[in-house]
Design a protein around this ligand. Structure first.
Ligand code: C2E
Ligand code: MG
Ligand code: MG
Length: 436
């Protein structure tokens, strides 16, 4: 490896491997760029799969030794004008010529190391998860050689679940949207730029409005942004809870206004993200908001989705049970979409089960779906839960859903999520006469 780094400058190298750290790596990049065109290179960011487990199993000393063996092998692969850096932990960066990048990925895909354990040598195979960026322009700033492949690595680990991922424009757009959402969020909340739309739930036997779901929209200037864009970054950042409280407050205010105007409201369900469970006082705060608004609790229902995470499952069960004790209704959203389990039906004291639209989002309904749905709905009803099917768009879907025993429907067949002015009309006249 071209060790352009000045020796003697200890702050520029990693204490364990002696490889350049972030500062040293960037300095090396800038020196390399004086003699080479960086567009001939691919920038890598990688870390080791299951390195945490290895540390736990064999101890941190053994982990350090593995890192040293790993870096020795990677270093020996590199040519004079290629670079390697160790940012800390098991995070590495490298600059490798484009025509050698596949070979480099293959190397990182399986490096053997030896661990001394109980007086004998044990072989372990180390492989990396890799984000890479084919440098395609003159650098605007040196940090791009670390930041860009790190975006690809994040996608590799958390979005695509693949061992090697190359940076794309779509990933960059996603990151820039996320950044702008997070930057504008607080002010948008203060400026009341978030609006609540209401999507009717209709009893398909009588074509009567029986409830609605409050769904948030962001009015950013003249753009109306959908929750699919801004909720994921807010969830990742743990900031969604403020928005969820806000939506609940707005729904309570709207209900109060309907009552004051002499219009009989329906129960409004409001979504709470599972990330909100991090707030220890979630149930208490929800209760406070409803109580403070002065409306009857029967008008509110809290929607949450299931989880596969065991710890989260416990927290969710407690949250639902707390709300139950406070007299606040709950619903399990998107049931059947992921890893639904019977434990959900058994353990959660929920009032409503919302069947996910994936069950009916098909042109020909499978007999298996039909049997599964029939039994889920039957069970739910015997357990005294209400059942709602989401995402019903067509008449044949209404027929299918009715046939399996579900009559309350939320979907475009009746209405899209409506701005409050239009929803007011539905409340005034609750019967969908034209569909009869
Ligand atoms: P969700 O809670 O499952 O809400 C139902 C989504 O399905 C809504 O999308 C709704 O517009 C859409 N939908 C309803 N009927 C149909 C149909 O017939 N066909 C199709 N194709 N779609 C239908 P929306 O409003 O874009 O919301 C997406 C998701 O964003 C929601 O899924 C919910 O998970 C989340 N969300 C919305 N508002 C909030 C909020 O205030 N807080 C939190 N934490 N999440 C929210
Ligand atoms: Mg929902
Ligand atoms: Mg849903």
């Amino acid at each position: 490896m071209g060790d352009i780094l000045q020796t003697g400058n200890e702050r520029m190298v990693h204490y364990l491997t002696g490889l350049p750290n972030a500062g040293g790596y960037l300095q090396n990049i800038s020196m390399l760029s004086r003699s080479k065109n960086l567009q001939e290179y691919t920038a890598f960011y990688f870390n080791l799969k299951s390195f945490g487990n290895l540390n736990i199993r064999y101890g941190a000393d053994a982990g350090d030794k593995v890192l040293l063996q790993f870096t020795a092998k990677v270093s020996s692969f590199l040519e004079e004008d290629e670079l390697l850096g160790h940012l800390g932990g098991d995070n590495f960066v490298a600059l490798v010529k484009k025509d050698r990048k596949e070979k480099f990925c293959r190397l990182l895909n399986g490096i053997d190391a030896t661990i001394r354990c109980d007086n004998r040598n044990e072989k372990v195979r180390i492989s990396a998860t890799i984000g890479l960026w084919d440098i395609d322009h003159d650098l605007r700033e040196a940090g791009e050689v670390i930041g860009k492949p790190s975006i690809a690595l994040q996608h590799a680990k958390y979005v695509l679940h693949k061992p090697v991922v190359k940076l794309t424009d779509e990933m960059l757009n996603r990151v820039s949207t996320q950044k702008s959402v997070l930057e504008k969020y607080q002010k948008a909340l203060e400026d009341k730029e978030f609006l609540v739309f209401y999507q009717p739930k209709v009893d398909s036997m009588t074509n009567t409005l029986v409830g609605a779901e409050g769904l948030v929209r962001w009015k950013d200037g003249d753009k109306m942004i959908s929750p699919g864009v801004f909720i994921p970054p807010l969830e990742q950042n743990g900031e969604i809870v403020l928005l969820d409280y806000y939506v609940l407050k707005r729904a309570c205010e709207d209900i109060k206004a309907w009552i004051e105007a002499g219009i009989e409201p329906v129960t409004i369900s409001v979504n709470f993200s599972r990330r909100d469970l991090l707030d220890q006082d979630l149930a208490k705060n929800i209760d406070k908001i409803i109580t403070k608004s002065g409306i009857d609790k029967k008008y509110i229902e809290v929607e949450v989705t299931e989880t596969v995470d065991e710890q989260e499952h416990g927290e969710l069960a407690k949250f639902i049970s707390d709300l139950y004790d406070m007299g606040i209704k709950t619903a399990i959203d998107d049931f059947g979409a992921g890893y639904s389990s019977l434990a959900t039906l058994r353990e959660f004291r929920v009032h409503t089960l919302k069947i996910d639209r994936s069950f009916i989002n098909t042109d020909d309904f499978s007999w298996k779906d039909e049997i599964i749905l029939k039994h889920i709905i039957n069970m739910a009803e015997e357990l005294k839960m209400q059942v709602v099917t989401e995402g019903v768009e067509r008449e044949d879907q209404v027929g299918f859903v009715n046939n399996v025993g579900c009559y309350v429907i939320q979907g475009f067949y009746y209405d899209r999520p409506l701005p409050i002015e239009e929803f007011n009309e539905r409340l005034r006249n609750k019967v969908y006469s034209s569909l009869k």
